[in-house]
Design a binder for this molecule. Structure first.
Ligand SMILES: NC(=O)c1ccc[n+]([C@@H]2O[C@H](COP(=O)([O-])OP(=O)(O)OC[C@H]3O[C@@H](n4cnc5c(N)ncnc54)[C@H](O)[C@@H]3O)[C@@H](O)[C@H]2O)c1
Length: 282
């Protein structure tokens, strides 16, 4: 096993909480970085700073072998906030990695960088490197994250893997996510594969489990040694039974049309908004 010292931004977030214990169990050491204190540091070093604080970030990343960059706003929000956290923040991380000679960076992109790509109806799979079709300001920011990764690879030779994470939840949350689910355990496998693979160059890769109903290619993941083992199908029967009393579990017209689902509508879910807010807004 190739154990590395990893700087992990967004360490107080929910994806971080899913993957940190698994990465520690695989022998990596982690320096967590976030603008807020995590509920649990899992015994890792923790640095309390914004990624936009370039001097503090340089200090936090010093001595690390790789960076996993998760910090950012994970849903639709005001343009100025998205731009600062997701675009400026990612440039700051890549700049610091390049300055410090850290050769490997894993960036959290999203299915929403290509959210307006139509759901295939002919059994084909959406390739890992399908062109960007962002469905929100959030999706635009993730397209910019990918573009920045590409720039830092081509200009400075960094290895940059952009993970187009689909729907990472403990369980699928509805019919759409039977196709797009990424299980927490597969998320660990995916991030570890990104750290272990040799000379990946620049890539975009779907972050998705081995779902029977999946329509996102598994080729990009396989090429870096990612072997997902979870399949949402084991939740399908229970989910469809529950849809008798909760029809919102069933795929909407947006979910059937575009891989970004309801994010591709003119009322995408907003960061910090509750389901009740949405029902009131709609
Ligand atoms: N379902 C998913 O988990 C999913 C799907 C697609 C993409 N992603 C991406 O994965 C990443 C993590 O998602 P998450 O679900 O854990 O989100 P989250 O909101 O739970 O965690 C994000 C963390 O980033 C921190 N953060 C935000 N801006 C920061 C800044 N400027 N400096 C330092 N810290 C900052 C926040 O404090 C928070 O702890 C995000 O980039 C998100 O867009 C997640």
């Amino acid at each position: 096993m190739n154990s590395q010292r990893i700087a992990l931004t967004g360490a107080a977030g929910s994806l971080a909480a899913d993957i940190i214990p698994g990465l520690l169990a695989r022998g990596h050491s982690i320096v967590g970085i976030d603008q807020r204190l995590p509920a649990d540091t899992f015994g890792c070093e923790f640095v309390d700073c914004q990624v936009n604080d370039r001097e503090a970030l340089l200090e936090a990343l010093r001595g690390c072998d790789a960076v996993i960059h998760l910090a950012g706003i994970p849903l639709e929000a005001e343009w100025a906030d998205i731009m600062r956290a997701n675009i400026d923040g990612t440039q700051a991380v890549l700049y610091a990695a390049q300055r410090l000679g850290i050769r490997r960076v894993v960036l959290a992109s999203s299915i929403h960088s290509a959210g307006f790509v139509p759901v295939p109806t002919d059994g084909t799979l959406v390739p890992d490197d399908v062109g960007v079709r962002p469905n929100t300001f959030y999706g635009v920011s993730k397209a910019a994250v990918e573009a920045l990764g590409s720039l830092y690879h081509d200009r400075y030779g960094l290895d940059v893997i952009c993970l187009r994470i689909a729907s990472r939840f403990a369980e699928p949350t509805g019919e759409r996510t039977l196709s797009t689910w990424l299980s927490p355990a597969d998320a660990v496998r995916l991030f570890d594969a990104c750290l272990q693979t040799e000379n990946p160059g620049f890539r975009t890769i779907w972050g998705v489990s081995a779902n029977t109903r999946g329509y996102l290619s598994a080729e990009g993941g396989a090429a870096i040694g990612f072997r997902p083992v979870d399949d949402s199908e084991r939740f399908a029967e229970r989910m469809f039974a529950a849809s008798d009393t909760d029809p919102s579990l069933l795929a909407s017209d947006w979910d059937r049309a575009y891989i970004g689902g309801v994010f591709s509508s003119v009322h995408p879910p907003l960061f910090g908004e509750t389901t009740t807010d949405r029902n009131n807004n709609d």
